[in-house]
Write a protein that binds this ligand. Structure first.
Ligand code: NAP
Length: 480
């Protein structure tokens, strides 16, 4: 059998079987445009079948004891461990993610499923002291957490394994069933997952993968009454549309941002620079907490820019499958053009390009801009490309105001040696996570993760996603 990811034609995964679809589209490499595979474009009937199947499997999952749910997830993590080279190659091929970064994603995905396996064993409610109210005397109450039912998971292209794991892991841990609709550019990772989950012992029908365009397949999942919850990661525009359409469904939205870091005076720049360059350019800046804006205290500004540019120039550009590559192609030609247009607009407005600013094929060269006005798209919108701006500030308060002057609020990083400044920043920054002495791009997979404002709502990080994916039920015993 050809390794998964190199087979020319993939099928839908519905009701525990690989189903031939009525229509197919070619999937091409973002790097060289070569056809990688033929991918099903699910019809309404096929999506309906996947939802019906997941709906029918609800009881099986809901009744499954915690230790069995945990062992499916443990098996999955172990299978992924044994096939991690193959998994990384799939990500590199379909997303043009540099292979070293793709390997790191697979390692994190394994951790995410392990966290989910552990979390499956500790989903519980609490006792409620009803006798705190006079009418509650002699009554005993406790809560339990029950699975919500069918979860529609709609995922983006940028972490095709780990962000899927952040939905599939907690859904299995909490006894739900799943219909997964991966991004059209990165379906192979999800098909690979279906194969592993089947081997890991997932009950038939409890996990289904349907591919096809978001506007049709995604929309159908969002509109179907049998789907109890939509867990979405993607762009704000699509997320807002989903929220408006979802009615009484539970919805969690993990959306975009224009994440920023603040550099205070007196920090050791040698420790900061390589983290910042990595945060700005890892996976071509196509990370929701990618470092897009840097506000540096005026006393450090010149030195910071000089060292940042020097380190950026050392990045290797090239083929995602080459282990030496740091930066490869953007996900589409359209994104290369958009990014170049935004750079040009900033330049016309007085910004200075100190490195990059042009493209080689589908690769936008790592670009550093100085003196960018906050009204420019490269500053106030989500750039999702290897572009970072570095602006000078005269105080940390000024920097905090600039960070907060945004439609988004996912995470912010603050480098400072001053404890009072750090506490101030935690208090004043309007974001989902403040990271002191690191970049906003920091994430490990058990921490609560999510945003405010147009960065979305709800939290992921297994334990927190399990809360979103379960309903609280109250039981009251009257002993009077
Ligand atoms: P996207 O264009 O919003 O697509 C995300 C998913 O939504 C894809 O599966 C897409 O399908 C589907 N979709 C599109 N239109 C839809 C509709 N009308 N109804 C239902 N589903 C629909 O995002 P992307 O370009 O793949 O990913 C980049 C974005 O994700 C960035 O904004 C990034 O910041 C965000 N992101 C956020 C986080 C976080 O945790 N906060 C993490 C990673 C990425 P198609 O692919 O078929 O269009």
């Amino acid at each position: 059998m050809a390794p998964v990811g190199t087979e020319p034609k993939k099928n839908l995964f519905i009701n525990g079987s690989w189903i031939e679809a009525k229509q197919y589209v070619s999937l091409t490499s973002p790097y060289d445009g070569e056809v990688i595979a033929e991918i099903p474009s699910a019809t309404e009937e096929e999506v309906n079948k996947a939802i019906e199947t997941a709906y029918g499997a609800r009881e099986t999952m809901a009744k499954m004891p915690a230790h069995k749910r945990a062992s499916i997830l443990e098996n999955l993590a172990n299978l992924l461990e044994t096939r991690k080279g193959e998994a990384a190659r799939i990500i590199a091929l379909e997303a043009a993610k540099p292979i070293t970064t793709a390997k790191a994603e697979v390692d994190r995905t394994i951790q995410t499923y392990k966290f989910a396996a552990e979390e499956a064993k500790r989903i519980h409610g609490e006792t409620v002291p009803l006798d705190a109210a006079p009418d509650g005397e002699n009554r005993v109450a406790f809560t339990i957490r029950e699975p919500i039912g069918v979860i529609g998971a709609i995922t983006p292209f940028n972490f095709p394994m780990n962000l899927v794991a952040h939905k599939v892991g907690p859904a299995i841990a909490s006894g739900n069933t799943i219909v997964l609709k991966p991004a059209s550019q990165t379906p192979l990772s999800s098909f690979f997952l279906a194969e592993l989950l089947q081997e890991a012992g997932m009950p038939i029908g409890a996990f289904n993968v349907v591919t096809g365009s978001g506007r049709s397949v995604g929309d159908q999942i969002v509109s179907d009454e049998r789907v109890a919850m939509i867990t979405f990661t993607g762009s704000p525009a699509v997320g807002i549309g989903i929220r408006n359409k979802a009615g009484l469904k539970r919805v969690t939205l993990e959306l975009g941002s224009n994440a920023a870091a603040i550099i205070d005076e007196g920090v050791n720049l040698d420790k900061v620079i390589s983290r910042c360059v990595g945060g700005a350019f890892a996976f071509q800046g196509q990370v929701c907490i990618s470092l897009q804006r840097v506000y540096v205290h005026e006393n450090e500004y010149e030195r910071f820019v000089e060292k940042f540019v020097e380190t950026t120039k050392q990045l290797n550009i090239g083929d995602p499958l080459d282990p030496k590559t740091d930066v490869s192609a953007l996900i589409s030609k359209g994104d290369v053009k958009r990014a170049l247009d935004w750079i040009e607009e900033a330049k016309q407005d007085g910004a200075e390009i100190v490195v990059g600013g042009n493209a080689e094929g589908n690769i936008l060269l790592p670009t550093v801009l100085l003196n960018v006005d906050p009204s420019q798209k490269v500053s106030c919108q989500e750039v999702f490309a290897p572009i970072v701006l570095i602006n000078k500030v005269s105080s940390i308060d000024e920097a905090i105001d600039l960070v907060n002057d945004s439609r988004y609020g996912l995470q912010a990083g603050v480098y400072t040696g001053n404890v009072a400044t750090a506490f101030d920043a935690v208090e004043k920054l309007h974001v989902g996570g403040v990271i002191i002495n690191d970049i906003p791009t920091f994430r490990v997979d058990n921490m609560p993760y999510g945003g405010v404002k147009e960065s979305g709502f709800g939290r992921e990080g297994i334990k927190y996603a399990v809360e979103e994916m379960t309903e609280m039920k109250l039981a009251v015993f009257n002993r009077n």
